[in-house]
Structures are given as structure tokens and as C-alpha cells.
Design a protein around this ligand. Structure first.
Ligand code: ATR
Length: 268
């Protein structure tokens, strides 16, 4: 039987999820129709209801700006979703709609793929949107020693710190200009506009690794800037994108696809 999945977001035209999932499905001869929601969608709750009414509907991915609303919509939540307050994957399970967040697992997988040790690392997370928040539990699960958040709107970073630190023993706080960081992660949308977040050169050049959650055909402005100040390990978000998709695919079909070939196909 043909199964169907869909990605929901707005804007959605740029999404690579249909391509990634069709490449996964091909590896297993799985008859999968994976499409995008309509462009410009706003009534996401009705769109979810309509989609999951279809018997062939297995699961959905949720991207900006609907991760919070997907969190509210799900009947049951995984610990990753609960701890991050955002959902990027929905699927039917035991007659209920289950919500998980696979972004952080995708990110951690990509650090490993790139030979970056997270255990004990001091991390600066730049940005306080859904992408930033969603990855925090997985980074602590991977053994980082501290995570500080910096954001243009400090109040938003403070909300995350207050929410997540209250229910954990994580060493999580706002950015401190007296600290140095091993790993700096850009979780803002600035790279989509060719811009870089404001981080002092002292802080940036003291890091070992710079990661940008955005993936473009060219190195992002942030990674180019990091290279200029001497950072040798700069990583873009393609691995995270494919990694989080693979985690969703596993949840839906209990199949583990090969990721490297998919990353290479997308890059080519
Ligand atoms: P996502 O869910 O993908 O994280 P988002 O919720 O829109 O998307 O968050 C985008 C992030 O990029 C936020 O941290 C945002 O900062 P604010 O919280 O201050 O809005 C950051 N961002 C976007 N445009 C920016 C800009 N021009 N300068 C600095 N930060 C910016």
C-alpha cells in the first residue's frame, strides 16, 4: 500500500524534505508519496486534521513557524518534545497522534559525523527560536558541560533558560562575555539573508568549531566569517537536515536509511 507523508511550514517552497525522504524510500523500495503542504498555509490545525484523516497518512514533518503549534496539537509527546517544547515530527501511533522532536538528534549525529566531541564541550548557542530550543536536550544528552544562549532579543533567550533550566540540572544560562566556548552554533535565520550574528572576534576566534544550522549551496556568511578569524572546523546544516529527517523516517517506518549517500546526492 502506498503510504503518504507531508512537510508543513510557511514558507515551504524551499524545503528539501520531499527529496530527502524520497531518497530514503528508494533505499528500501518503499512506496512513499511525500509532498509539501500548500504554500502560505496559516490554519495549521485544520491542515493537520485533514491530512491525518487519510488512512494512508503515516507521518508529518513540521518546520518554521509551526513547531510550537504542532507541540500543542499532538496527543502524546516524546521526552525530546517535552523537554524542548517543540515538535518537528508527528505520526499515528496506537490511535493517537504522537509528537517528537528529532532536530537535536540530527545535530548531534552530524557533530559525530564530523569528528567533533561534544562530551565536556562548552557551547554557545546563538538564536532563541524553535531551531535553537529544539536542539538543547540532545546536546546535554550528548554530554556537553555547559550551554549559554545569546540572541538579538535577550528576553526570548531568557524564557528558554528559565523554562528548560527549571526542570533539569543542566548548566544552562545566558551568554557571558567572560566565558570562552569550544563550539559555537548559529541557530538564527541570518545566514538565509547573507548576514552574520553579532559575536565578538575574541569569542569567535577562541572556539574550535563553528556550526551553522543553515545549509546553502555556498558556505554561509557566518562560516565564511569564522574561517576568516581562523576557525578550521566549520560545518553547515546539511548533515543536521538529513540526520533529523532520518530520525523521523525511523519513527515512521522502523527503517534506518544510509545518510551519507543522501547527503552526497543533495550536495551534487
Ligand atoms: P526558527 O524556528 O527556525 O528558529 P525563528 O523562531 O523565527 O525561527 O527564530 C529565528 C532566530 O533568528 C531568532 O533567534 C531571531 O532573533 P530574535 O529572537 O531576536 O527575533 C534570529 N534573527 C532573525 N533575524 C535576525 C537579525 N536580523 N538579527 C539578529 N537575529 C536575528
Amino acid at each position: 500500500m502506498r503510504r503518504i507523508c507531508r512537510v508543513f511550514g510557511n514558507p515551504i517552497a524551499q524545503s528539501k524534505s520531499p527529496l530527502i525522504h524520497s531518497l530514503f524510500a528508494k533505499q528500501f523500495d518503499l512506496d512513499l508519496g511525500y509532498d509539501k503542504c500548500a504554500d502560505g498555509i496559516t490554519d495549521i490545525e485544520n491542515a493537520f486534521t485533514d491530512f491525518f484523516k487519510n488512512e494512508a497518512a503515516v507521518g508529518a514533518n513540521i518546520t518554521l513557524p509551526f513547531k510550537q503549534r504542532a507541540f500543542d496539537f499532538a496527543d502524546t509527546l516524546s521526552s525530546h518534545a517535552l523537554r524542548s517544547g517543540a515538535v518537528n515530527t508527528l505520526f499515528k501511533k496506537d490511535g493517537q497522534l504522537f509528537g517528537d522532536n528529532t532536530d537535536g538528534r540530527g545535530l548531534v549525529w552530524d557533530f559525530k559525523r564530523n569528528g567533533v566531541t561534544l562530551k565536556g564541550a562548552k557551547v554557545l548557542l546563538v538564536g532563541a527560536g524553535g531551531a535553537a530550543k529544539g536542539c538543547i536536550p540532545a546536546l546535554f544528552d550528548a554530554g556537553i558541560s555547559l550551554l549559554h544562549i545569546s540572541n538579538r532579543t535577550t528576553a526570548k533567550a531568557k524564557v528558554i533558560v528559565d523554562q528548560l533550566a527549571a526542570n533539569s540540572d543542566w548548566n544552562l544560562s545566558l551568554f557571558k562575555d567572560t566565558e570562552t566556548y569550544d563550539v559555537i552554533i548559529n541557530a538564527t535565520s541570518l545566514s538565509l539573508h547573507g548576514q552574520i550574528p553579532s559575536i565578538s572576534t575574541d569569542i569567535l576566534s577562541a572556539a574550535n568549531v563553528c556550526y551553522d544550522m543553515v545549509y546553502l549551496d555556498e558556505p554561509t556568511a557566518f562560516l565564511q566569517h569564522a574561517r576568516k578569524v581562523g576557525i578550521t572546523t566549520t560545518i553547515d546544516g546539511i548533515g543536521m537536515l538529513v540526520g533529523q529527517a532520518a530520525e523521523s523516517f525511523k519513527l515512521w517506518f522502523d527503517l534506518s536509511p544510509d545518510l551519507t549517500s543522501v547527503i552526497n546526492t543533495i550536495k551534487s
